[in-house]
Write a protein that binds this ligand. Structure first.
Ligand code: FES
Length: 107
């Protein structure tokens, strides 16, 4: 459920482990949450190359590697770092409140 500013609760902070991905839903959109050095990031979960789910990929050095063909994306910025993908991932604003993770839905 979104509030009037577009924020939606997507997970409990306790469910996020460091250097691991947690898939979540933001409205109809599949997103992935990542916790790096205590900071939570939210990005689209669907690879921009051929629709694999990045939350099933490998996390290393602040980047996630797609499990299907190996494209890499920066978790903090969504920037595409390695082919075959060429399009960056969309990122979302994150807010932590009362042990809950809120993400702001974009249009
Ligand atoms: S689906 Fe992700 S690199 Fe091809």
């Amino acid at each position: 459920m979104q509030d009037s500013d577009g924020w939606q609760r997507v997970a409990a902070l306790a469910d996020l482990a460091d250097d691991a991905a947690l898939p979540a839903k933001l409205g109809n959109r599949r997103i992935a949450l990542y916790r790096l050095d205590g900071k939570v990031h939210a990005l689209d979960d669907v690879c921009t190359h051929a629709l694999a789910l990045l939350s099933q990929g490998f996390i290393e050095g602040g980047a996630v590697e797609c499990p299907l063909h190996g494209a890499r994306f920066d978790i903090a910025t969504g920037r595409c770092l390695a082919p075959p993908a060429t399009v960056d991932l969309r990122t979302y604003e994150v807010r932590i409140e009362g042990g809950e993770v809120f993400v702001r839905a974009a249009d």
